[in-house]
Ligand binder design. Sequence first.
Ligand SMILES: [Cu+2]
Length: 215
Amino acid sequence: MKNGTKALSWCVLVSVVGVPALGEPVWPNNVGMPMRHVMISLEGNAVGVHVDGGDAPTTLMRFPGETYLGSASVLDGKAYGDQFGWLADGFIDPGPGNGISIELVSASAGLETYEGGRRMMKDTHTYNPIFGTAGSSMAWDWPGTMVHNWYAAQDNGFYSATYRVFVSDADGNAVAGFTDAQVTLHFDAVPAPGAAGLLALGGLVASRRRRGGAS
Ligand SMILES: [Cu+2]
C-alpha cells in the first residue's frame, strides 16, 4: 500500500508541474529511423531478394517511460524498430492463385517479430506475433505491398534472422518450378539513450518539421 501511495503522489506532482504524463499510451516510435527496404523480385521463375544497406544492422531503440496503444503494447519495455520493410522490386506475377511467402529459417534467440504494415499507418498494424514469435507460424504470407514489421528484443545486443522467400500457392505451399531466395537481416538492440542522445533526437525532429517533410 505504501508504494501505491508513493506512485500516486508522483502522478499528482507530474500533472501539477505539467510534464507529459508518464504512462500515457502512444503509437510506437520510429522517428530518426529511415526506412530500409528488403526488395523482392521475380525474374522469370527466380525469386530474388536484396536489402537496402546490405548487412549493416538496423538499430532497435528503447524509449523509456513509453507504453503503447492497443495491440502495440507487445512492444512495451523492449528495444524495437520497424526500419526494415518488405517491398516489391518491379512487377511480380507468380501466377493465378499464387503469392509470395516468407519463412523464418533461423533467428537469434530472443528476437521477436510483430506484424506491421505501411509505415505511417501505425494504427492499422495488427501487431500479431509472426515468424515463430509466441508460437506463431514460421511462415508469413507477404501481401505484395510495402510492409514494415516490428522487430523487438528484451535484451541489448546483436540479433539476426534468415528468411526463405518463395512462390506459394493458396495453402502456403511452395510451387514447383520456381527457385527461392534467402536473405539475412541484422539488428542491434541498444540501451536507452542518455541525455545527449535524447537531445540529438529532439534536434532531428525539429529539423524535419522545419522542412515540412512528412514521409
Ligand atoms: Cu517502406
